[in-house]
Ligand binder design. Structure first.
Ligand code: NAD
Length: 481
């Protein structure tokens, strides 16, 4: 398979071009550690041009009929489907995930565009009867204005497509700072919108030094809304900057999902889902199960089953057809996972499988199943974002609910049980934006996705995702002046 990889320009006001400074930065293939390409670095002058473009384009785009926007977006989705093979190949080269996952992500991206295109046509307002005579009260939905969005490297298309589709379906323009580790597949996504006829300046794409770009764009008066996906630490900084300038913000941040298996669960079904969802994207998924809490009677069988399934994982270059799990996406992630495992081991954890980097070229780290990990270990408190599986046991539902709610995160949680009473308590009492019972419950495009507490604020996808790019305006009209 060819390893050709495009150089990535910025997209500003409809033109693909290098930054004014002509600075470039390298892209590394995490499976080989080879430099495969480069992306253009934006500086302040480029950001100023993108702001002006987004501002001018917004004034026209907000007046474009929703049906016209819909048609362009549906064409963009079709182009993404047509280009899936090439885009997936590029994504695997820069991000590491197996080709099948990259294809799935790209096709889901097309479905996401379709859904927002449809929903944008149904962004209805409402008529509210007045307390006074001869007064018409109508509420209309208006796009909030130019958006500054920041999307990460773990899902280069899916994290970006939610932001772009929600914003432009609502009538906003957007400046997206794409992921510097995985810039090409995100750029290919943006390209389908351009090729489908979305006018110049409606979508702008920049790369560069993330903090320089966010520090410049967030306070800028042209920008009316911020959307960020990434770590809790960075999200808190950006949210406080947004608050200082009274900007709307949506924050999709980290999680630390409890995965609870009760004694009455269907063990093999639970194992199948909890392994598949852990190995997906090598565990670099904000809604991956991360704290495995198994009721005492099933504990030994669960550990045994997890180890058995972990050993079947084919770790390798995502371009190879037999690979089921690719490398970690970059050297920072490899170092972080190695540190978490080392610290837990130093604190007395037992490793049942994995526990060491595989090879010394490529950022390969195997599924690492651990027991006896003390609650004080960093991996039980910080988002692990890698293929580490700390398994603990519990006796009672009260005890496990306390553990599930122990951390300030609240993105996703999972439980396996045959009892509707237990399922009800879990659904009601776990503090989390998403609770999956007896399956992963991975939210579809039409359902709201997002966390609470340290996992963020606001939702992407679902009608909430579209509405986060719109204001409600009340027009109260007395018809007898
Ligand atoms: P990081 O926290 O530095 O970066 C995470 C993302 O935020 C990257 O896309 C980066 O470009 C962006 N970013 C960083 N600083 C920024 C700033 N000041 N302004 C704007 N954007 C900024 O670290 P990392 O090594 O890339 O990832 C580490 C952690 O990030 C992971 O452990 C995970 O917890 C979290 N993360 C979460 C998600 C998610 O889906 N919620 C995705 C990627 C990373």
């Amino acid at each position: 398979m060819s390893l050709s990889y495009p150089d990535i320009n910025l997209l500003i006001n409809g033109k693909w071009r290098p930054g004014n400074s002509k600075k470039w930065s390298n892209v590394v293939n995490p499976a080989t550690e080879e430099i495969v390409g480069k992306f253009a670095v934006a500086e302040t002058i480029d950001l100023d041009e993108s702001l002006e473009a987004a501002d001018t384009a917004f004034k026209r785009w907000k007046k474009v009929a929703p049906f016209t926007r819909y048609k362009m977006m549906r064409s963009a989705a079709e182009l993404l489907r047509q280009r899936v093979d090439e885009i997936a190949r590029i994504m695997t080269i820069e991000q590491g995930k197996p080709l099948a996952e990259a294809k799935g992500e790209t096709l889901l991206g097309a479905d996401t565009i379709d859904w927002f295109a449809e929903e944008g046509r149904r962004a209805y307002g409402r008529v509210i009867p007045s307390q006074m005579e001869n007064v018409n009260q109508i509420v209309i939905k208006e796009p909030v204005g130019p958006v500054a969005a920041f999307s990460p490297w773990n899902f280069p298309i899916n994290q970006a497509v939610r932001k772009i589709s929600g914003a432009i379906a609502a009538g906003c323009s957007i400046i997206l700072k794409g992921p510097e580790d995985t810039p090409a597949s995100c750029a290919e996504l943006v390209k389908v919108f351009v090729d489908a006829g979305v006018p110049s300046g409606v979508i702008n794409l920049v790369y560069g030094i993330p903090s320089d770009i966010s520090n410049y764009l967030i306070p800028h008066p042209i920008v009316k809304k911020i959307s960020f996906t990434g770590s809790t630490a960075v999200g808190k900084k950006l949210a406080s900057l947004a608050a200082e300038y009274m900007k709307l913000s949506t924050m999709e941040l980290g999680g630390h999902a409890p995965a609870i298996v009760f004694n009455d669960a269907n063990l093999s079904a639970a194992l199948d889902v909890l392994t598949a969802q852990k190995f997906r994207n090598a565990g670099q998924v904000c809604v991956a199960p991360t704290r495995f809490l198994i009721q005492d009677k099933l504990f030994d069988q669960f550990v045994e089953g997890y180890v058995e399934r972990s050993k079947k994982v084919k770790l390798g270059n995502g371009l190879e057809p037999e690979t089921t799990m690719g490398p970690l996406a970059h050297d920072r992630r490899l170092a972080a996972v190695e540190e978490l495992v080392q610290e837990a081991t130093d604190l007395g954890a037992t490793i049942h499988t994995g526990g060491q980097r595989v090879g010394n070229v490529g950022y390969f780290y195997p599924p690492t199943v651990m027991t006896d990990v003390p609650i004080s270990a960093r991996m039980m408190n910080e988002e692990p974002f890698g293929p580490v599986i700390p398994i603990s046991s519990f006796s009672t539902i009260d005890e496990v609910l306390i553990e599930a709610n122990r951390l300030p995160y609240g993105l996703s949680a999972y439980a396996y049980t045959a009892s509707s009473e237990i399922a009800d308590r879990v659904g009601q009492e776990i503090e989390s934006g998403i609770v999956g019972i007896n399956h992963h419950g991975q939210p579809a495009i039409e359902t709201p996705f997002g966390g609470i507490q340290d996992s963020g604020q606001g939702k992407e996808n679902g009608i909430e995702g579209l509405e986060s790019y719109m204001h409600s305006k009340l027009i109260s009209h007395k018809t007898t002046p």
